[in-house]
Design a protein around this ligand. Structure first.
Ligand SMILES: NC(=O)c1ccc[n+]([C@@H]2O[C@H](COP(=O)([O-])OP(=O)(O)OC[C@H]3O[C@@H](n4cnc5c(N)ncnc54)[C@H](O)[C@@H]3O)[C@@H](O)[C@H]2O)c1
Ligand SMILES: O=c1ccn([C@@H]2O[C@H](COP(=O)(O)OP(=O)(O)O[C@H]3O[C@H](CO)[C@@H](O)[C@H](O)[C@H]3O)[C@@H](O)[C@H]2O)c(=O)[nH]1
Length: 426
């Protein structure tokens, strides 16, 4: 099938490469000229395991093209997949500017039947609204279909997740449109859930809200365990053995970040409030996450007495390992709090680039700890699991190690003469 994908970000680029690999003819369009120039040059603008290989092989096979020409992307493809950003506004609701822009362009340049697939995460009611706008702008309702087909990939494992999704959700008004989208993914083995447009939008929001709830739940339990001197890792193990609870998304720590959970939770809160429904659980989930960094800050403060003038090294800046994405990173939230308290910050991340005037970024993890009073592990990259602790201890001025992700063995760290600290760790 001929597909025009609008947006070459984490979702658009991955989806383009995967659809091309499944045998479709894909043109990935982005108005960011720099991004498209890189892609045309065989370079990948984001860090995502396996994506470069997939892009290169499908480009060579002639199934994957890149362009900045949105109009041709619309005119030349019967299937248009929207994967533009839907960032948060200051009040927590969703900024639909990029979606509106593309819908207007579709209205102006759709000269034959179009199946418009919304992959971007959008608030309930948005796809119905797209149908309405297209009709108001003069498109015959029979000349287009709008399908909500939300994306569930995780950054860091985006390619794998796209080939092996837990489910494919398709929201449509007409059976034919739903079947067409099903056929795009014919080669992928996954349960298909068919619903209407708003149902699909809400499955996406409910999924992210539930996962965020699990994380805030375990972080609240960690706060309680910390007060009683219990180890959260034991509680996690005990919970996970019950299949009704499950073992995923119960890693206590600094809390959730990224471009999705914080934004989508706020968007759902906003959508619910607009309809007069008080989302009290979601508000609590968000509140726990927003205050989680304070617990780690207090741990540092209680050990170092005064954070002012202290040199603190932070390992990990990305919102999670496996990505260069810094959006809503909890590590950055903690760094900003430390700066506010007068600490000087040194950062090392194997991939993410934190370019800020008030932070010293290092290319080498050992250089980053030289003369530091404390070392903070904020993102659990593999290379932080068992560094040369001897070297770390010798290079540091102080002895404090704060593990914000419960990632390393406290006994090992202590055996090198360092002080191990965490929330609810023994
Ligand atoms: N990042 C994820 O892990 C993830 C997972 C599932 C769903 N989502 C959702 O998918 C959507 C995209 O997320 P992302 O992380 O890929 O965003 P992104 O910011 O990485 O990429 C969006 C791209 O769209 C381009 N764009 C915007 N308007 C355009 C237009 N009119 N024409 C051409 N290009 C245009 C931008 O230049 C940008 O490159 C969001 O709604 C997000 O919530 C993201
Ligand atoms: O047990 C856990 C699991 C995750 N996290 C944190 O939660 C955040 C999000 O992690 P993850 O879900 O792995 O990454 P995302 O790439 O943001 O993916 C989420 O958001 C995407 C965008 O909507 C969805 O498509 C995915 O299904 C959903 O997992 C990160 O900061 C993690 O550190 C925890 O603190 N504890």
């Amino acid at each position: 099938m001929k597909i025009g994908v609008i947006g070459a970000g984490y979702v658009g680029l991955t989806t383009s490469a995967v659809l091309a690999d499944l045998g479709h003819q894909v043109t990935c369009v982005d108005f960011n000229e720099g991004k498209i120039a890189m892609l045309l040059n065989g370079e990948i603008p984001i860090y995502e395991e396996g994506l470069a290989e997939l892009v290169v092989s499908n480009t060579k096979a002639g199934r994957l093209l890149f362009s900045t020409d949105t109009v041709s992307g619309i005119e030349n493809h019967p299937v248009i997949l929207i994967a533009v950003g839907t960032p948060p506004l200051a009040n927590g609701s969703t900024d639909l500017t990029f979606i509106k822009n593309i819908v207007e362009r579709i209205a102006a340049h759709a000269h034959s039947h179009k199946t418009i697939i919304t992959k971007s995460t959008v608030p309930p009611g948005t796809n119905e609204w797209i149908c309405q706008v297209l009709t108001e702008k003069g498109l015959d309702p029979g000349s287009f279909d709008v399908v909500s087909n939300p994306e569930f990939l995780k950054e860091g494992t985006a390619v794998h997740d796209s080939f092996h999704p837990h489910r494919i959700v398709i929201g449509a008004k007409r059976r034919e449109a739903s079947l067409l989208v099903r056929s795009l993914y014919q080669k992928i083995k996954a349960p298909v859930i068919e619903t209407n447009l708003t149902g699909a939008e809400l499955i996406k929001y409910a999924s992210n809200a539930f996962l965020a709830t699990k994380i805030s739940f375990i972080n609240e339990i960690a706060r309680i365990c910390d007060a009683f001197g219990a180890d959260i890792k034991d509680i996690q193990r005990g919970l996970s053995e019950d299949p009704r609870i499950g073992k995923y998304f119960l890693q206590a720590g600094l809390g959730y970040g990224g471009s999705c959970f914080p934004k989508d939770l706020s968007s759902l809160v906003s959508a619910a409030s607009e309809k007069g429904r008080e989302p009290s659980l979601l508000l609590a989930v968000r509140n726990i996450n927003e205050t989680q960094a304070d617990f780690y800050l207090e741990k540092l403060e209680s050990s170092l007495k005064d954070l002012k003038g202290k040199q603190i090294t932070v390992w990990g800046a990305a919102f999670k390992p496996g990505t260069d994405d810094l959006r809503s990173s909890q590590s950055v939230r903690l760094i900003e709090k430390l700066i506010d308290h007068g600490s000087s910050i040194h950062v090392y991340d194997p991939v993410a680039k934190l370019n800020r005037a008030d932070v010293t970024s290092h290319k080498d993890m050992y250089d980053s700890v030289k003369n530091s009073d404390a070392l903070v592990l904020a993102t659990e990259w593999d290379e932080f699991r068992s560094p040369d602790w001897n070297r770390v201890k010798k290079l540091m001025r102080g002895t404090l190690f704060l593990d914000c992700r419960n990632f390393v063995d406290p006994g090992i760290v202590r055996s090198y003469g360092l002080i191990y600290q965490g929330v609810a760790r023994q």
